[in-house]
Design a protein around this ligand. Structure first.
Ligand SMILES: Nc1ncnc2c1ncn2[C@@H]1O[C@H](COP(=O)(O)OP(=O)(O)O[C@H]2O[C@H](CO)[C@@H](O)[C@H](O)[C@H]2O)[C@@H](O)[C@H]1O
Length: 458
């Protein structure tokens, strides 16, 4: 099957969050399964420095009254052909934000449609989030190109119809409110990235205003995986010391190095909780800010946060860190290598999300023997199970309600459990033994593609 992946992000060359991990990891696996998968991305100003060689110019197209160029290269570290949409609006070295965000991604979607109609015709375009939500709308009457739309984050829905109508042409039957709604409404198949979140978005609490449409369509829920070949503490080059489930004592070397690197007191026996992620409401940072000071005062634990996001959260975390020198560190930056050292050095990994379509970080943490503390929502329900020491079951600490006291008691429970070294070791090992690979998910995506009429034998 010929499949074009269309998205605003793809690791390792254009990454802000978890969508990049998915778009970077799934195509190589599908190619190994025999499908001709290619990726199309905007040619952002941040990309050239991440490519070993400049890409080749191959085609010129026209969308939204503007010329655009298509360049071809290969996604670094893979054999996946990569097309880059070149236009002046993508030259600044940023992926999101900026006044022209709505315009540039609408243009990107338009360019994808032109490219698929006129240059490389796939059997199917696999679109991701609102940035490519108009593609299914434009493909709707091209009966031999199917579309799949994957929801990674329903909270961001893109420009509304009135604005789109001012920017570009829309078919007369466009009746969806915005880009996200258009993707959902007109794609042949819709899915999201975990079974639990697929159910949750059909309710008003999680549906972001689109619950009626989603209830009608019943999206598939396909759990993400992680790149287990690369994200492996036995070979990870970013770590001071490699280790496996059999050599977990080596992990302490990483812990000491991480404490040193981030300005925490170097102490082996201190319980170290880490958090890596975008500092936004989705990730439960407001909830965390309500309990963190109390947690640090009541326990002897350390807390390390690595992330960027909303200014308010960044400054609150920095301020709190300044009040607990040696006990708390706020690393307000985006650093992939450091994130891997956090997974490999922290004892526990915190994810008190308000909502979580799937979550990649808790799976990386589990693989690295860093025990997750999570709110039971979305994909966190599907990947983290309640720790029951008496039955030697479960791989993490969970709480249900989005309430400060529930988060606080869950964190204290983890801190207390850490004292029981042998039990903790088994807990880490159970997490590390889990299967987080992409294989099963990739097979489900193929089932999803094949379920579209006309794609059975494509
Ligand atoms: N400061 C920093 N430095 C280095 N690395 C950082 C970082 N901040 C984040 N990362 C990395 O970015 C990725 C974040 O992935 P997540 O899936 O947890 O979140 P995100 O909400 O962005 O993704 C959305 O899409 C994904 C994919 O479908 C869903 O899993 C998720 O639930 C949904 O919200 C991880 O690889 C993490 O290590």
């Amino acid at each position: 099957m010929k499949i074009l992946f269309a998205a605003a992000e793809a690791a390792p060359i254009a990454k802000v969050g978890g969508m990049a991990d998915v778009v970077g990891a799934l195509p190589p696996i599908l190619r190994k399964m025999g499908h001709d998968v290619r990726i199309i991305l905007p040619y952002y100003g941040v990309i050239p420095e991440k490519l070993p060689e400049p890409p080749t110019w191959i085609w010129k197209g026209y969308a939204m009254f503007q010329d655009f160029d298509i360049f071809e290269t290969v996604l670094p570290g893979t054999d996946v052909p990569l097309y880059l949409v070149g236009h002046g609006s993508f030259i600044p070295p940023r992926i999101y934000s900026g006044e022209d965000e709505d315009w540039r991604f609408t243009m990107f979607s338009n360019a994808i449609a032109e490219f698929a109609w006129n240059y490389w015709k796939p059997n199917l375009i696999h679109c991701h989030d609102w940035h490519t939500g108009l593609v299914p709308l434009w493909m709707h009457q091209t009966s031999d190109i199917g579309t799949v739309f994957t929801i990674h984050n329903l909270a961001y829905q893109g420009p509304w119809r009135w604005k789109l109508e001012q920017m570009t042409w829309l078919p007369w039957y466009m009746s969806a409110h915005n880009c996200m709604a258009a993707g959902i409404k007109y794609a042949d198949r819709v899915n999201t990235v975990s079974p639990t979140y697929a159910q949750q978005i059909c309710t008003p609490t999680y549906g972001e205003g689109l619950e009626d449409l989603l209830t009608f369509l019943r999206p598939w829920g396909i759990l993400n995986g992680i790149e287990v070949e690369k994200l492996d503490p036995q070979i990870d080059k970013a770590l001071p010391k490699n280790y496996s489930a059999e050599t977990l004592e080596n992990r302490l070397i990483n812990k000491a190095a991480l404490q040193q690197e981030t300005g925490l007191a170097v102490k082996e026996s201190t319980f170290l909780v880490g958090l890596v992620g975008r500092l936004v409401e989705q990730k439960g940072i407001d909830l965390l800010l309500q309990v963190l000071e109390r947690f640090l005062s009541y326990t002897d634990a350390q807390f390390l946060v690595l992330g960027t996001g909303e200014r308010y959260y960044e400054t609150q975390l920095l301020q709190l860190a300044s009040r607990f020198p040696g006990r708390m560190s706020a690393q307000i930056l985006f650093d992939v290598a450091l994130s891997q050292r956090v997974y490999a050095g922290a004892d526990a990994f915190l994810m008190p999300s308000r909502f979580e379509p799937c979550g990649i970080t808790q799976m990386i943490a589990l693989r690295y023997g860093c025990v997750p503390i999570v709110r039971r929502t979305g994909g966190l329900v599907d990947t983290v199970s309640f720790y029951e020491p008496a039955k030697a079951k479960g791989n993490g600490f969970c709480f249900d309600r989005y309430e400060p006291l529930d988060l606080y008691t869950c964190m204290v429970r983890a801190w207390e459990s850490y004292r029981y070294g042998d039990h903790w070791l088994n807990l880490q090992k159970r997490g590390m033994a889990g299967d987080y690979s992409w294989q099963t998910s990739a097979e489900k995506y193929v089932q999803l593609y094949r379920s579209i009429p006309g794609m059975e034998n494509a």
